[in-house]
Write a protein that binds this ligand. Structure first.
Ligand SMILES: Cc1cc2nc3c(=O)[nH]c(=O)nc-3n(C[C@H](O)[C@H](O)[C@H](O)COP(=O)(O)OP(=O)(O)OC[C@H]3O[C@@H](n4cnc5c(N)ncnc54)[C@H](O)[C@@H]3O)c2cc1C
Length: 469
């Protein structure tokens, strides 16, 4: 039997939860048996897809529970080229779907994340993660879920016979799909996710002065709303480990932000869009460079190369490898699992979601000054989820063997969440440590209704107790 110990190791150094067993079901029958037995013995279970939930809990449950690791349910059940979707099980990784599409539907791509190539599609979507081209939840069409009593339910039109594939996601009547994202009402066994047609694009890298963030965000919000720029914006602070290779040239980039974004379109349209975008941004940025997707980027710096790959739908491990390398560790091997390398610094993160407006630059300034007042130097990425929301991924790194640094980072995250809440700024995802206390304080008629729904779906509270509830 797989040992629970490795499932307790986590890059964030969250206190260890009691995990007695790791279940590794090979099919839905086995999953049903595990769920029914968990109900009979009143022993909670916590499902994970590939468990790369780094920064938010890794493979650990919110409260003590046995793990149901769904990595062996890893079939790509269907790819529909005409209707552009894939139906996948929990264990299907970004790399697995990419490899499949390259052979069977090379014109299509997934909106991949910046996490590693071995992370799941389904686990990320049910945690409502973010892709390189927008919010992953918005790519979701349908789910199949197993309830605590073993019953399988398909959302959308999934239950209806004679359907001609997944082409209308709402079904009839109340739409239940998102009841099962950021949720503990059921175990998700299949997801139908959008695929996109690959198109030519230009990747841009803009270097901004810190004081220019407000004007830049205002202009980008306009360009994204006009559909000149895709939901691709990512702005990184200079100390973000995943871009450290940009500075190997020795050029002085102090006090700058680094903004990446993509302009997509048919090759006859792209030059016109390029001209509008460069004119619009010209006076707002210190530097602006375009990297056409059609060029050979094999000699470009890695942060450029890997972004070109991702916008072609090809995932990679660069964010992890670069972070490790910046701290002097070379990761090797097939599976890159940050949890298992205590020599790489740990990190704590907070993930506020803020309006996509120039005024939000004040919030970014606040995140920096709050952290600096604690003697911490936060790395910050600002990421477009769509044309009106930005995710902020703010984190601090610490030595995993230093108890006082671990506890300082934990206090920073808790206090920052609380301070932001006072200002009406909320996270779009929470880690397993802050989930319960944060949500308890939010108590309102909406969260009470969520609890009532939990009682309806899982009256014995067997599935992932405490997860977003
Ligand atoms: C360097 C770096 C870069 C990252 N970049 C990104 C990024 O670009 N975008 C992003 O969103 N995240 C990112 N992450 C965070 C994280 O790695 C990803 O979100 C990753 O996809 C989550 O791991 P997973 O896919 O294995 O999901 P899992 O860890 O398997 O699942 C996440 C959670 O969802 C729930 N869950 C999983 N499967 C099921 C199921 N079948 N039924 C019910 N509930 C389930 C569980 O509660 C689980 O804890 C990054 C992390 C690092 C360290």
């Amino acid at each position: 039997m797989t040992s629970p110990t490795s499932y307790q190791q986590n890059i964030t150094e969250f206190p260890v939860r009691n995990i007695e067993k790791i279940h590794l079901p090979k099919d839905l029958e086995a999953l049903k048996t595990i769920l029914l037995q968990a109900g009979e013995s009143n022993r909670p279970v916590y499902p994970i897809s590939t468990g790369h939930n780094w920064g938010l809990g890794s493979r650990m449950p919110v409260n003590d529970a046995d793990i149901i690791d769904l990595k062996h349910l890893n079939r790509i059940i269907e790819v529909n080229r005409e209707l552009r979707y894939a139906r996948v099980e929990p264990g299907v990784t970004q790399q697995q779907l990419y490899d499949y599409l390259e052979v069977h539907a090379p014109e299509l791509m997934l909106n991949v994340t910046g996490s590693d190539s071995g992370s799941s599609i389904l686990g990320n979507i049910v945690d409502r993660g973010s892709g390189k081209s927008g919010h992953r939840a918005e790519d979701l069409r349908e789910l199949t879920v197993m309830l605590a009593d073993g019953q399988l339910i398909r959302t959308g039109f999934g239950e209806l016979q004679g359907s001609q594939g997944s082409f209308y996601k709402y079904g009839l009547g109340p739409d239940l799909t998102h009841l099962f994202t950021q949720s503990n009402y059921a175990i998700v066994t299949e997801a139908v996710v959008n695929l996109r047609v690959k198109q030519p694009f230009n990747l841009y890298l803009a270097v901004l002065d810190k004081s220019g963030l407000k004007g830049f965000l205002n202009k980008m919000a306009e360009l994204v709303a006009q559909e000149l720029v895709g939901y691709s914006l990512e702005i990184d602070s200079q100390n973000d480990p995943k871009i450290y290779e940009l500075f190997e040239s020795g050029k002085d980039f102090n006090d700058k932000w680094f903004a990446w974004f993509v302009v997509t379109g048919h090759e006859e349209v792209l030059p016109a869009k390029h001209s509008v975008v460069t004119k619009a941004l010209g006076s707002l940025v210190a530097e602006l460079k375009a990297y056409p997707s059609s060029d050979d980027h094999s000699s470009s710096t890695p942060p450029v190369r890997v972004r070109i790959d991702r916008y072609h739908g090809q995932p990679n491990d660069h964010s992890l490898l670069a972070t490790a390398r910046k701290f002097g560790v070379e990761l090797s091997g097939k599976e890159v699992n940050l949890d298992l390398y205590p020599q790489i610094p740990g990190f704590r993160c907070v993930l506020p979601v803020i309006p996509f407006t120039g005024a939000s630059s004040d919030i970014i300034q606040y995140l920096e000054s709050f952290s600096k007042s604690r003697g911490l130097d936060p790395a910050i990425s600002i990421i477009a989820l769509n044309d009106y929301s930005l995710e902020v991924f703010v984190r601090v790194y610490f030595d995993r063997s230093d108890q006082s640094a671990i506890s300082q980072a934990g206090t920073w995250a808790r206090d920052l969440l609380s301070e932001l809440k006072q200002q009406g700024i909320y996270p779009y995802r929470l880690d397993i440590e802050n989930m319960a206390p944060y949500l308890q304080e939010l108590k309102n008629p909406y969260t009470l209704l969520q609890c009532q729904l939990k009682n309806l779906f899982d009256p014995n509270n067997i599935i992932a107790p405490g997860r977003y509830s």
